[in-house]
Write a protein that binds this ligand. Structure first.
Ligand SMILES: *Cc1c(COP(=O)(O)O)cnc(C)c1O
Length: 338
C-alpha cells in the first residue's frame, strides 16, 4: 500500500504554468495540506524551484509552514484576519472592511493584502466597501490586491469577462501588484494574468490543466482472494451478485481513505498494470472487493490512481472533481515522495 507523490512532476507543473504567464510572479496554493499531498515536502520542493509566494486558507496552516520556509518566502492567508489569530510572519489577505480595520489596528506596519469581490460573492470586499477604504488601504502599501474567478474552468462562461472588467474597474489607478488567476484563469490567457498567478490544482496534476504531468500513484494491498459462484454476492447490502464463477480480491482501502462510497457500483476499476479489474459491490470503510478473474496471477497490489485512471477520471465516476479526490485521501497511506 503506498501513496507515491512525484515532487519532480509538481515542480514541472508549477514551472509550466509559470511559463504561461512570464510577466507574473508565480505563487503556489498549498492550502489543505497541499491538496492532501503534504504541504511540507511540497513547499520545500517549490521553494527550491524558486517559488517565494505561497497561499493557504487558514492562519494555522500558515503557522505550521512558517518554520519550514525561509524568511524571504511570503505565506498569504486567504481567510484574512480572523479574531485572535496569531499572524506573526504571515500575510493576511483582508476580505472585508471589518477585517481591514481589525488588522490595521493591531498590525500597523505589518504586511497585508486585499481581496476584492469581482462577482463570485464568496469572499472579498464589495465595490462600495472598497471605495470607502481604498485610499487608506493604498496608503498602507498592500503587498497585492486580488480577486477570484468563479467559472474559469469554463472558458466561454460570460462571468469570466464580467469579473475581469469588474476587477479592472475596482483596481484602476492602484499602483499595487494585482492577482486574479488560479489554474483556470491562467489558461484563459494573458489578460487574466496581471502581476501574480495563484495556481493550485494544476500543480498537483488536475484539470483544467490538461497538459499536467501526473503527480499521484496510489497502490493498494490485496489482503485476500476467494472464488465465488454464480448467485453469490459481495459486500454490504449484497448489491453485486456474481453471474458466473469469479475470482474476487479484497483490497485494503475504503471510504476512510478517500475511496468515496459514492464510487460504489459506478464502474470504476483497480488496475494491474494496464488491465482494469472492476470494483464490485459497495466500498466499505476500510475495504473493497475487486473482480480479478481476468488476471492470470493476482499481484500483491492493485492501483487506484495511475496513468490508466487519473484523479479526474476517478472523480467523474464519483460525480465530483479531482480536487475532492485529492483532499479526501486521508492519512492512513504511507507516503513516498520521489
Ligand atoms: C484554491 C484557490 C486558488 C487555487 O485554485 P486552483 O483552481 O486549485 O488553481 C487560488 N486562489 C484562491 C483564492 C483559492 O481559494
Amino acid at each position: 500500500m503506498s501513496l507515491r507523490i512525484d515532487l519532480g512532476a509538481i515542480v514541472q507543473n508549477w514551472r509550466q504554468l509559470a511559463a504561461m504567464a512570464p510577466n507574473a510572479r508565480p505563487a503556489a496554493v498549498v492550502k489543505a495540506d497541499a491538496y492532501g499531498l503534504g504541504a511540507e515536502p511540497v513547499v520545500r520542493a517549490l521553494y527550491e524551484a524558486g517559488a517565494r509566494d505561497f497561499c493557504v486558507a487558514l492562519a494555522r496552516e500558515g503557522r505550521a509552514l512558517r518554520p519550514v520556509l525561509p524568511q524571504d518566502a511570503r505565506i498569504n492567508i486567504l481567510s484574512g484576519h480572523m479574531p485572535s489569530e496569531d499572524l506573526t510572519g504571515l500575510v493576511p489577505v483582508l476580505n472585508s472592511a471589518e477585517q481591514f480595520f481589525r488588522d490595521r489596528a493591531i498590525r500597523q506596519g505589518q504586511p497585508f493584502a486585499i481581496q476584492l469581490d469581482s462577482g463570485m460573492n464568496r469572499l472579498g470586499m464589495e465595490a462600495g466597501e472598497w471605495a470607502a477604504l481604498r485610499d487608506e488601504a493604498l496608503a498602507g502599501d498592500p503587498d497585492f490586491i486580488m480577486s477570484h474567478l468563479a467559472c474559469a474552468d469554463e472558458p466561454d462562461h460570460p462571468a469570466n469577462a464580467a469579473q475581469l472588467a469588474a476587477f479592472r474597474e475596482m483596481t484602476e489607478g492602484c499602483d499595487v501588484p494585482r492577482s486574479l488567476a488560479a489554474t483556470g484563469g491562467i489558461l484563459l490567457g494573458p489578460q487574466y494574468h496581471f502581476d501574480m498567478i495563484r495556481p493550485g490544482i494544476g500543480i498537483y496534476g488536475g484539470l483544467p490543466f490538461a497538459e499536467a504531468q501526473p503527480v499521484v500513484t496510489l497502490s493498494l494491498d490485496v489482503i485476500q482472494t476467494r472464488h465465488v459462484q454464480a448467485g453469490e454476492f459481495c459486500g454490504y447490502g449484497g448489491t453485486w451478485v456474481a453471474d458466473g464463477p469469479r475470482r474476487i480480491a479484497t483490497v485494503s482501502a475504503g471510504y476512510a481513505d478517500g475511496v468515496l462510497r459514492a464510487l460504489s457500483s459506478s464502474g470504476f476499476s483497480l488496475y494491474a498494470g494496464a488491465t482494469a479489474c472492476p470494483v464490485v459491490g459497495r466500498v466499505s470503510m476500510d475495504l473493497m472487493t475487486v473482480d480479478v478473474s481476468d488476471l492470470p496471477e493476482v499481484p500483491a497490489t492493485l492501483d487506484l490512481i495511475c496513468r490508466e485512471q487519473p484523479i479526474d477520471r476517478l472523480a467523474d465516476y464519483a460525480g465530483t472533481i479531482g480536487y475532492e479526490i485529492l483532499t479526501s485521501l486521508g492519512n492512513r497511506y504511507p507516503r513516498h515522495y520521489v
